[in-house]
Structure formats: structure tokens, C-alpha cells
Write a new protein. Structure first.
Length: 276
């Protein structure tokens, strides 16, 4: 009887710990703005230097001609370029983005998120998926990875508390990459304040017209799980989501969306976005 009580007690503790983890993850991915970052200087026209990040992308990011998906050659990154990436991140740490205008900030946080993710993978490589990092539940997204303006930050805080929470632009999903095939492709060049509007637009068009973003299978519409996990960003109902998709879809896909009467399923490929 005493053994049974111990087993039940342990099971309750494990269940409680799991519930805390799940709740923590839910809280982390909610688009609640981190108030301390809601400051900008719209009079500041200076630009942030992302050239080192551009060199990394130019050397190791390529498009798979068969799938049309961009892949990052983690295995090929030299020690010199790993140091270059570290230097780029160190440079970003010397900057308080609140000193810059909002467009420059979006580019800063987006590039920081993408570069941190690449750096994280390189530090744990080889691996099959980013989900192999961390505790198996919240993954690496709640791990403190960097300090900006003396503030420790996680990937979740950057994505959901700053990019989604503050700027509230659904297109941001299309320019940040979680090192997975199913994620919107890593932008081929650094985001910049000058070009961010065009980059957000082209990112949306690219992803929605890729099979991993949206495809039809008989009477079903298969969408990326991004539209499920972050449904609040894409409208209050299915109709608003379909309107968003149609806004960026090719004419052929627009016609299919107009005539669509079937069911919607969601899919996502967590495999690492590297060449085979």
C-alpha cells in the first residue's frame, strides 16, 4: 500500500511539473508585448550594420532546386565563420534598439532571432531537429541566449513578446526562421529598415505559394501549422485566414481558394533545414 502511495505521489508530481511546463509554453508564445521594449526614436535615421550576417547568408544559404526550399549548410560552416557569427551577435549586443526607429527595430529583432537560431544549431550540431535541443517540451525557445541592453532574452521573448507583441504585423512570421524545413524560409539577405516592407511582402508571397505553406489535396486544404498555432494573428475566423492567403496567392491558387468548400488540415516538418 505504501509503495502504491509513493507511485501515485510521484505520478502527481510529474503531472504537475508537466502542466507547469505546458502552461509556461502557452504563456511564452502568447503575443503579449514586453512593455519595456515599446520605445523608439522615430527621428533617428541611422541604420544598423548587418553586413556580417549578410556574408554568412551569402556563403551558406542556398535554394534546393528540387523543392524550392532554402537550406543552410550547417555542416560546412568554418570555424572562422562561426567566429564571424559570434562577432555579429556581439555587435548587436552593443546596440539598444530602442534608440532607433520602428522599421529599423523590426529588422534588428528579426535578424537577431535568425542569427541566434543559426548559432544555437551550430553549437549543438549535428542534430536532426531543433526540437532535439532543450527539455523536449519547450525546446530551446525558453532558454536565455543573449543579453540586449542588460536584459536577458529568449527566442520566445524576441518572437512573441517583441516582434509579434509590439509590432503586431502578421507578416513577421514570414521572415523569421526556426531552422526547420516547415518554417518560412530564412531570408536570403539581411532584413533592413529601408527594405523591411518589401521583405515582409515577398516573404508572405513566397511562403503561401510554397507547398509547405499551403497546398490542396483533393477536397482538403493543407496549411502550415503556423496558421494553427498563431491563428490569432491571421484573423478571428477561417474566412479572414482564407482572405489573407488569397491576398498573396498566385491567380491559380486564388481561384482554388474561392471555390474551396472542404476541410482544413495542418502540417509541419520539423526536420532541420539543411542539404541532404
Amino acid at each position: 500500500m505504501n509503495k502504491l502511495k509513493v507511485v501515485i505521489f510521484v505520478a502527481v508530481l510529474v503531472s504537475a511539473a508537466l502542466a507547469v511546463k505546458v502552461f509556461s509554453l502557452y504563456q511564452a508564445i502568447s503575443p503579449n508585448p514586453i512593455v519595456s521594449w515599446q520605445v523608439s526614436n522615430e527621428n533617428n535615421k541611422r541604420v544598423i550594420d548587418h553586413r556580417l550576417w549578410g556574408e554568412i547568408l551569402g556563403d551558406y544559404l542556398s535554394e534546393n532546386q528540387s523543392s524550392g526550399v532554402r537550406e543552410f549548410d550547417y555542416a560546412g560552416v568554418s570555424d572562422t565563420d562561426k567566429s564571424k557569427l559570434e562577432n555579429y551577435l556581439a555587435n548587436l549586443q552593443t546596440i539598444d534598439p530602442r534608440d532607433y526607429n520602428k522599421l529599423e527595430q523590426i529588422a534588428y529583432w528579426g535578424n537577431l532571432y535568425n542569427a541566434l537560431t543559426i548559432d544555437l544549431i551550430l553549437k549543438h550540431y549535428p542534430l536532426n531537429s531543433i526540437k532535439n535541443i532543450g527539455d523536449g517540451i519547450t525546446g530551446p525557445w525558453n532558454m536565455t541566449l543573449i543579453e540586449i541592453a542588460n536584459t536577458p532574452l529568449t527566442l520566445n521573448q524576441i518572437e512573441h513578446g517583441i516582434l509579434r507583441g509590439i509590432f503586431k504585423d502578421k507578416r513577421i512570421h514570414y521572415v523569421i526562421n526556426c531552422a526547420s524545413i516547415g518554417c518560412p524560409d530564412l531570408p536570403a539577405i539581411p532584413l533592413t529598415g529601408k527594405n523591411i516592407e518589401q521583405q515582409l511582402e515577398s516573404g508572405a508571397f513566397r511562403f503561401i505559394n510554397q507547398d509547405k505553406g499551403m497546398r490542396f489535396n483533393e477536397n482538403k486544404l493543407i496549411l502550415s501549422n503556423i496558421y494553427n498555432w498563431f491563428s490569432v494573428d491571421f484573423g478571428e475566423n477561417e474566412l479572414e485566414l482564407l482572405r489573407h492567403l488569397s491576398q498573396y496567392a498566385t491567380p491559380k491558387k486564388q481561384e482554388k481558394l474561392r471555390n474551396f468548400k472542404g476541410d482544413i488540415d495542418f502540417d509541419y516538418n520539423w526536420k532541420l533545414n539543411q542539404p541532404n
